[in-house]
Ligand binder design. Structure first.
Ligand code: DQA
Length: 149
């Protein structure tokens, strides 16, 4: 079955209690459950991982090669700083979609730049947890069109 890796970066384990006025009250466990259910509806399998460590996120992207056909990545603050995460995505050649709960373009200027966006199929931001489901829809359509799902 076509498999999607849903990868969350630093501080996203605190969803639900972290700045709820920005990120809402939904927990990461709820996001991951919703991803698994939506993936199932789309005929996909979803594996969800979260790490606060840049190297662990890079390892997870490397390990996705041959295991997952698509990656959904909310790299948290590493989005704005990590050339290494961008290089990992380029290296494995797995189509990816970047997600952010908040609209990073409406926030502080340092959040407007994304290394991930340079190599992802596209970026979804500002729709809260729904963004992950939109990303699954986008990846499902992309993989179908590419004949990979
Ligand atoms: C975030 C946006 C980032 O700027 C921030 O550092 C996060 C969360 C989001 O989902 O809106 O940790 O990726």
């Amino acid at each position: 079955m076509t498999s999607i890796l849903v990868l969350n970066g630093p501080n996203l384990n605190l969803l639900g209690t972290r700045q709820p006025e920005i990120y809402g009250s939904v927990t990461l466990a709820m996001v991951e459950q919703a991803c698994a259910a939506h993936a199932k509806r789309l005929g996909l399998d979803a594996t969800c991982l979260q790490s606060n460590h840049e190297g662990a996120l890079i390892d997870a992207i490397h390990a996705a090669k041959g295991q997952h056909q698509g990656i959904i990545l909310n790299a948290g603050a590493y989005t704005h700083t990590s050339i290494a995460l961008m290089d990992a995505l380029i290296s494995v050649e797995i189509p990816s979609v970047e997600v952010h709960l908040s609209n990073i373009h409406a926030r502080e200027p340092f959040r407007h730049a994304s290394y991930i966006a340079k190599v992802a199929l596209g970026q979804i931001c500002g729709f809260g947890p729904q963004g992950y489901l939109l990303a699954l829809d986008a990846l499902a359509a992309h993989l179908k069109e590419a004949g990979a799902a």
